[in-house]
Design a protein around this ligand. Sequence first.
Ligand SMILES: Cc1ncc(COP(=O)(O)O)c(C=O)c1O
Length: 344
Amino acid sequence: MVRVDLRSDTVTHPSPEMRRAMYEAELGDDVYGDDPTVNQLQERAAELLGKEAGLFVSSGTQGNLVSMLAHAQRGDEVLVGDQCHIMNSEAGGSMVLGSIVLYPIRTDEFGFLEPDLIKDAVKPRDYHKPPTKLLAIENTHNASSGRAINAEQMKAMADAGHEKGLSVHLDGARIFNAAVALDVPVADLTEHVDSVTFCLSKGLSCPIGSIVVGSEGFIQEADRWRKMLGSGMRQVGIIAAAGLVALDSMIERMQEDHDSARHIASRMAEMNGISVDPEHIQTNIIRFKVPPHTGNQIASRLKEEGVYINGGDSDLRIVTHYGVTNDDYEFAISALDRVMREIA
Ligand SMILES: Cc1ncc(COP(=O)(O)O)c(C=O)c1O
């Protein structure tokens, strides 16, 4: 039996308060714009992130997709980090459904894209090349162990894009983790970008949903694409109600996830066969290395011990989240220690 599921913060279940709010939610038909709970959530989110308007979408992937479709046309180019989620884990949706070209830029180990690399990647006006329209950046940066990119760095990347006439989108699936880790208002991190996707169903622990925010005009366009993608979702206030609870009660508590991740990483650093730098861990994602070709074996042995993590050849990940107790984390650390001794 699995006791501790550390595959992702997406495995979280709604809190009792969320379930109550969902039960009691005031509803309407959101395709007519009539759902008061959705409207309230969209407005709250836009205000928090310092933008004009918001749009409730079914997932982070859909939020990024409608944003790219709203910012860029068929045949246009979007600059992305080569290690980002949009590039590597969203099934190439913007390329398939929008005929948009994704152009990857080298990402440093902290998830940052050097402004000069951004500027150099923008294509000159030349009909041999796709016109570069958008820069998409990510914070926290999942592949860099959830690194939080600070406001100054966010501004530097966004300025580089704007200087070249691009719009700038932020995949802020975990932007509240970044704000908590850096101890700044979230709007400080979103101030310089034109649009943001953030996820309700990760560290904020909602069962479903993400929000896109941006200007009124951009959100109208994103809404059109959302409809086309089949996500005009009627009485969706039943889900949005959990989002309102999350924005009230789940942001500050993410510090606990960050502290747990740092603690786990420091214990892992003492284990034979694991390579991890606890100092690198700022939020709730721990990426670590194990000897080549042992990752899948470690993951399946851990599962037998009651701890669930995703497998892989030698790069593994643990994500801390709501619903896991300190005892559960200690249980997971002991199981990992046992398994690593066996492997050695
Ligand atoms: C950085 C980042 N962006 C976007 C997504 C996509 O979110 P969803 O799983 O809701 O589609 C994820 C999911 O893990 C993510 O880590």
